[in-house]
Each structure stands twice: as structure tokens, then as C-alpha cells.
Design a protein around this ligand. Structure first.
Ligand SMILES: Nc1nc2c(c(=O)[nH]1)N[C@H]1C(S)=C(S)[C@@H](COP(=O)(O)OP(=O)(O)OC[C@H]3O[C@@H](n4cnc5c(N)ncnc54)[C@H](O)[C@@H]3O)O[C@H]1N2
Ligand code: MOO
Length: 586
């Protein structure tokens, strides 16, 4: 019997099967941003550059999800039994957190649900406590404030930008007594900034492609379809350990055995059987494989079936999975560990991938130390360690990260001569005496595509097109403002440049009220708890404490958000996949 013909007429899962849509959890996809349906984007796996859609998997499994997130790594909970999020001592109005500088104003617009409203996950509670109040160390008692709310450092009015905001309460864009002009007259809205960044990436000429060895291809994007170089399986294969049999039993068993890796065995004669291992070549004329547990042998070498033998059973016919030349995956697919396995099985030693966009990071600021404790007005550089792996997780190859101080000439030379597709600067975006980014761009004749964004933190961020089809993203120096710039401008740009599919936005309801900026979008670190987003404090522009404990950033529209309001969530690239020293595999 020819099992090939059986294989050919059977189903071809690689071609016909379309995965069932995943259940959606609190998400309102906006068709405009996704590049295709879930079905035709096999690369959607990761929260980073690849644009996976992870949250639907979380429904019903919040524990599993958190176990892999930052909260899950926090070790044994110190939470006392029965204490909820707000069970931790939290400063009430006028009370002062120990390292918080001047006394903070109590914000009634943010904070946490009353004690008891929480369902008491100790790990989450511990992490929330760590990033939501600092008064436990100050020895304050239980929170006497209404609703157990704690002050939010981000809501302290900054002299330059936020005067009066804390008292103003949620305000509609452009309304209310505290409405004021922007410092950046050209600032665009947050969605517009993202659109412009994506468009800039789209307009850049198509990326080069290159062949890379399989073990170097992880996280890259296939430049050409993955086409089978062989039939799979490439020969009729036994699916079980047992006997290959020809015709109806009982059978005479041959003396030899056929193991996986053996050369082509002799054909079977009708009434003959031969011992065979899983993965071994099935001899010609075999009609079935009888599992070892379904047959008995007598002392004359006869084999007797213990149950009915169905024609073709436990034989994987050649070409069952694919025929040589079948398209296994389209161009544009993300190379995941599973894709590496499939490519190897299908005969590949190397893959044709899109060359990653090259990024160079230029860290500005004379005040930065690279080691030791902050001292005498100098501070540690928080962005040098943070940006290169983050950019890698967004699909870039980081070719260099350099500290330039506040040297305008050095900056001009570095930007002019950088071979990178994307230059990322940090600091120097505002209008201080040593803020050299704008003058540098002017000197280079760069085109400012985004010059300020109506978003907090990070509003002075910018995006420019440099001569030679290169781009520059200017991140503000404040570390959380830099993250905001990274996700607002660098992420959409790199996604386009690297060929990763656009992220399909998803939404989660905020558990708590979030104070809004009167005119600007706010990006607020949140942890995801089931289908809810729990906003974290320590979300001020200069703080990384909130984001370091978070799963993502909630996009809070101007005016703020009420409890239960659905907010777009920007995933952090590592939210679902463990990190390696090289970063998330995208
Ligand atoms: N007159 C105005 N002043 C400022 C405005 C404004 O609108 N008008 N905006 C403020 C905002 S908001 C931000 S954000 C910053 C942006 O400033 P720059 O991008 O020019 O950044 P720097 O002044 O160089 O630094 C700001 C801040 O961040 C610290 N920093 C810088 N680099 C690092 C680093 N690698 N690691 C850790 N911390 C860093 C730096 O020491 C400053 O404290 O401008 C405001 N001013
Ligand atoms: O407050 Mo500034 O918005 O960019 O950090």
C-alpha cells in the first residue's frame, strides 16, 4: 500500500487549519492599528515588538499571569494575613512619606480601594504596598484618610507645568480655571504622535535582508516565506513502538528490528511482521503498526493481535504535515523558538530575515555617574542601563550606548556621524542652558516630525528625520519621561522599521480613579489584576519605582479616569516572557 497517496489525500493542517480566535478580555481592538487578523499573523506572541495579544490568555488565570510578572518574582510575601492593599499603613492627608521631599498634597483623585475591597493576593498586595506608600517605614498607623487613599507624588504641582492641578480635579480638555498654554507650541496629541512615529517608519525604504544561522534568528522577522524544503515526515514513519504488520494477523515475526535512523528496511510480505520503534521507517507493503501493548507473541514467533487492526493505524504517512514546497509560514512572521524548530525540521540551516534596525543611544548630562552612590549633586545614570535592553526588546540592534556629557560639539558630531537608523538621545530636550538637542537638529537640517507631545510625563520628547533616512528620538532626561518617549515614539517607529506587526491595542478597566492632566494624556504604571488595572503611585517623571513594579502603562485621557473606566494598556515587552541577559527574545 502507498501511504503517500493516503497522506496526499488527507488534510494538510499547515494549509487549511486556522486557529480558533482567542477569547477576548475587556478589549476594544482598533482595527486601524493591527496589520491583519489574528489568524494571518503567526508572529503575535510577545508583548514587545512582535505585537502579541497576551491579555486574553489572562482571563481566568490571573494567578498564572502574575506568577510570571514582576510580582511573581518578589519572593515570600510579607503581607500580614487578612490585610488588603490598604491594610498597609498609608499616609493620610498632610502626612509625609519618608523620602518624599516636601510634604505632599493629598490627592483625592487617586489612591486605593477601602480596606476589604481587595481580594487579598499577598504578592500583589506586597508589591502594591511597596510602590504605593512609604509610610510603613515611617511608622504611621492605619490610614485615616477616606477610602484609604495615599498621596500621589505625580500629582504634586510642578512649578513649570502643573500649577494648581492637584486642586483642580478632573477637568475636560481645555476647560476649567487651570487651563493653560503649552510650553511646546507645536506639541501634538499623544495618538497623533504615535501615528507620526509609525508613519515615519513606514516611509523609510524597505529594510535590507540577510541570511542568518538558525541559532541567531530568534526574534527576527522572516524576510521570505518559510517554504518546506522536504516532505514532513519525509518517509512513512511508525507513530508507535510495536510491530509493522502486512495484511491481517496472525503474523510471522522477523528476527530483526527496525529502529529510528535505520536505512530503508526490506519490504514486508503479506502475513509478515517486524519489530519497529517510534520514528523508524515503515517497510514497504506494511499495512499498519500494532502497538506493543496490543499484541502477544507465541513461542513459535507468531504475533497475535489483541484488538482489531485498522488499515494504516499508527503510520504517519510521508507528507502528512507538508509537502516539499508548501508554504509553512508567510514572510513577516516572527521567528520564535517554535519557528526555529519547524525550520530545522523542514530542512533549514539558516533563515532569510529582515536586518534589524540599528540604534545608537547617546546619554547626555554632565551630572551623571556610572557607578557608586549619588553625591555632591551628581546622580546615577538610570537610562544607560535601561535603554539598550529595552530597545532590543523593541526589535532594534543596539550598536552603541555612549555618554556624551553636555557637550554640544560632541553631540553634533555623534549624531552627524552615527551609522544607526535610529539615534536615541536622553536629556537636553527642554530649553535649559545645556539643552543641546534642538540646536543640534537645526544645525543638521533635520526635519522635526514631532516636537513635543501632549502627554505626561515626557512632553518635551521629539522625533526628527535626519539626513540619510535616519531618525532621532529625543527622550527627556527624567527617567519615567524617557520611558514615555520610548513607548510613544521609539516603539511605533521601531516596529515599522523592523517589520514587526503593529500591536493590537487592548483595554482594561482601572480599579481606582486616576487623576488626569487637564489637557494632556497621562501614562501611568499599572499592575494587571485579572481584568483590572491597578494604578501604581511613584509615577512622577523622575521616578522609576512605579514602572519597575508594573506590568504596563495605562493611557489616561485628559481629565482622568473613573473607577471601572476602560483604559488602553501599553504592555511592557517582558510582561509575559522571562528575560534573559540579552533581553526579551524579540
Ligand atoms: N522651563 C521649562 N523647564 C522644563 C520643562 C518645561 O516645559 N519648561 N519641562 C520639564 C520636563 S517635564 C522635563 S521631562 C524635563 C526635560 O528635560 P531635558 O530633556 O532637557 O532633560 P535634562 O534637563 O537633561 O534632565 C532632566 C532631569 O532628568 C535627569 N536626568 C537626565 N538624564 C538622566 C539619566 N541618564 N539618568 C537619570 N536621570 C537623568 C536630570 O538630572 C534632570 O534632573 O525638563 C523640565 N524642565
Ligand atoms: O514631566 Mo516631564 O513631562 O516630561 O517629565
Amino acid at each position: 500500500m502507498d501511504h503517500r497517496s493516503q497522506g496526499r489525500t488527507g488534510s494538510r493542517p499547515g494549509r487549511r487549519h486556522r486557529p480558533a480566535p482567542r477569547p477576548r478580555a475587556r478589549r476594544r481592538p482598533r482595527g486601524g492599528q493591527a496589520r491583519g487578523s489574528a489568524d494571518d499573523l503567526p508572529g503575535r506572541l510577545c508583548g514587545g515588538a512582535c505585537g502579541r495579544r497576551p491579555r486574553s490568555r489572562r482571563r481566568g488565570d490571573p494567578q498564572g499571569r502574575r506568577a510570571r510578572g514582576p510580582l511573581g518574582r518578589r519572593g515570600p510575601a510579607r503581607q500580614q494575613a487578612g490585610r488588603g492593599v490598604t491594610g498597609h499603613a498609608a499616609p493620610g492627608p498632610g502626612r509625609r512619606a519618608p523620602e518624599a521631599g516636601p510634604p505632599r498634597r493629598f490627592s483625592a483623585q487617586t489612591g486605593y480601594a477601602p480596606a476589604g475591597a481587595d481580594d487579598g493576593d499577598p504578592e500583589l498586595d506586597e508589591a502594591l504596598a511597596l510602590v504605593n506608600e512609604a509610610s510603613a517605614r515611617a511608622g504611621s498607623g492605619p490610614d485615616p484618610s477616606p477610602g484609604g487613599r495615599v498621596p500621589d507624588p505625580a500629582h504634586q504641582p510642578s512649578p513649570a507645568t502643573d500649577t494648581g492641578r492637584a486642586q483642580a480635579g478632573p477637568t475636560q480638555p481645555g476647560q476649567g480655571p487651570h487651563a493653560k498654554k503649552h510650553h511646546h507650541p507645536h506639541a501634538v496629541t499623544w495618538p497623533e504622535a504615535r501615528t507620526r512615529a509609525a508613519r515615519a517608519g513606514r516611509r523609510t525604504p524597505r529594510r535590507e535582508t540577510g541570511k542568518v544561522a538558525l541559532d541567531a534568528a530568534l526574534g527576527q522577522i522572516l524576510a521570505t516565506p518559510l517554504t518546506a524544503l522536504t516532505d514532513l515526515p519525509s518517509f512513512d514513519t511508525s507513530a508507535m513502538d510495536g510491530w509493522a504488520v502486512a495484511g491481517p494477523g496472525p503474523w510471522d515475526v522477523r528476527a530483526e528490528a527496525i529502529l529510528a535512523g535505520h536505512a530503508r528496511p526490506r519490504p514486508l510480505a503479506d502475513g509478515e511482521a517486524v519489530r519497529i520503534a517510534t520514528g523508524a521507517r515503515v517497510p514497504q507493503e506494511a499495512t499498519a503498526v500494532l502497538r506493543s501493548e496490543h499484541g502477544t507473541t507465541d513461542d513459535k514467533g507468531g504475533l497475535h493481535p489483541q484488538r482489531e487492526v485498522v488499515h494504516g493505524q499508527d503510520i504517519r504517512p510521508r507528507g502528512q504535515e507538508c509537502r516539499s514546497g508548501d508554504q509553512l509560514l508567510p514572510a513577516g512572521s516572527l521567528v520564535t523558538p517554535a519557528v526555529l524548530g519547524l525550520a530545522a525540521a523542514a530542512g533549514y540551516d539558516e533563515l532569510e530575515v529582515l536586518v534589524r534596525p540599528r540604534a545608537e543611544v547617546l546619554i547626555l548630562g554632565d551630572e551623571l555617574l556610572t557607578e557608586g552612590l549619588p553625591q555632591e549633586g551628581l546622580i546615577r545614570d538610570a537610562l544607560g542601563p535601561m535603554l539598550p535592553p529595552w530597545l532590543r526588546s523593541l526589535g532594534a540592534e543596539v550598536i552603541a550606548a555612549r555618554r556624551l556629557g553636555d557637550d554640544a560639539k560632541a553631540l553634533l558630531k555623534a549624531v552627524k556621524e552615527s551609522p544607526a537608523d535610529l539615534v536615541v538621545t536622553t536629556g537636553g530636550t527642554a530649553s535649559g542652558p545645556v539643552d543641546h538637542v534642538h540646536p543640534t537638529l537645526r544645525a543638521l537640517g533635520a526635519e522635526l516630525l514631532v516636537d513635543g507631545v501632549q502627554v505626561r510625563p515626557g512632553h518635551p520628547m521629539l522625533l526628527a528625520r535626519l539626513p540619510g533616512d535616519r531618525h532621532l528620538v529625543g527622550l527627556p532626561g527624567n527617567p519615567l519621561a524617557a520611558v514615555s518617549g520610548l513607548l510613544t515614539l521609539a516603539e511605533p517607529l521601531l516596529r515599522r522599521l523592523s517589520g514587526h506587526p503593529a500591536v493590537e491595542p487592548y483595554h482594561a478597566a482601572t480599579r481606582d480613579e486616576i487623576h488626569g492632566h487637564p489637557h494632556d494624556t497621562r501614562l501611568v504604571p499599572v499592575v494587571l489584576r485579572g481584568d483590572e488595572a491597578v494604578p501604581l503611585h511613584y509615577n512622577g517623571p523622575a521616578m522609576l519605582r512605579g514602572i519597575a513594579a508594573s506590568d504596563g502603562l495605562a493611557v489616561v485621557p485628559p481629565g482622568g479616569a473613573k473607577p471601572g473606566q476602560e483604559l488602553e494598556i501599553l504592555d511592557l515587552p517582558w510582561a509575559l516572557s522571562p528575560l534573559t541577559p540579552e533581553g526579551c527574545f524579540t
